[in-house]
Design a protein. Structure first.
Length: 235
């Protein structure tokens, strides 16, 4: 379990690709790896990875499966890439953000960055499969950081988050420009609620639901429906 409070930024110092598997070595910020053992979990840009080796103080190696590489942004890593990192939460730890599993639901696209005074606003487009789970004032995890959604533009399939200077200092978001790919993990209680309502509508309306959705679409309305999103990935 993770809390979505990023504890620092790590840098990729080595990459080794084998058929179906990539090994990466990360250099952590000072003090991050204290008592970090083989088998421990570290959220890296929101993806739960398991420590496989400790080659030197301040460093750790991780193995990443091909499915994880293809379903997250980790497949695009190169030496020098920077990632948000968080250690797994200890029992009884304060949850300053919201509870995360480290299983990424989808990859979104950063459309634009605005910088009003003392703020940093990211506008992000989400795949259609996960748009129903996003609500203004709700939570979402972006590259492992727990953030509050400021507003949702349902018609455009976008949402915005506003970042304070401290968030920029502790994360890689200040490096991101339009076009960047971002790992998203949906807040689980929201997902459960939306999926439950969707299943209940399907059960109660049955064959009538497509006709109702068509009727609503003609009037610029939207009814929930459709298949759930793709499998999540993580350690």
């Amino acid at each position: 379990m993770f809390t979505g409070i990023v504890q620092g930024v790590a840098e990729v110092v080595q990459l080794h690709d084998r058929p179906g598997l990539r090994s990466i070595e990360l250099q952590f910020p000072p003090g991050f790896d204290q008592d970090l053992a083989i088998g421990a979990s570290v959220a890296s840009d929101g993806v739960c990875l398991t420590v496989t080796e400790r080659p030197a103080p301040g460093r750790a190696r991780f193995d990443i499966m091909q499915q994880t590489l293809s379903l997250t942004t980790l497949g695009a890593l190169t030496v020098g890439s920077r990632l948000n990192v968080e250690r797994a939460a200890a029992e009884g730890a304060e949850v300053g953000g919201h509870v995360l599993s480290g299983h990424v639901d989808c990859v979104a696209t950063l459309l634009s960055v605005r910088q009003p005074e003392h703020n940093h606003v990211l506008r992000i487009r989400v795949p259609e499969s996960h748009r129903d789970y996003l609500f203004a004032r709700g939570y979402v995890a972006i590259n492992g950081a727990s953030l509050t959604i400021a507003e949702v533009d349902a018609a455009a399939g976008c949402f915005e988050v506003w970042l304070i200077p401290e968030t920029l200092r502790m994360t890689t978001f200040g490096d991101k420009a339009a076009g960047a790919a971002l790992n998203l993990e949906i807040e689980r209680s929201t997902q459960v609620l939306v999926d439950t309502v969707r299943r209940e509508l399907d059960r109660r309306l049955g064959a009538w639901l497509p006709a109702l959705q068509s009727w609503a679409a003609e009037r610029g309305l939207a009814l929930p429906g459709g298949a759930p999103g793709p499998d999540r990935t993580g350690g």
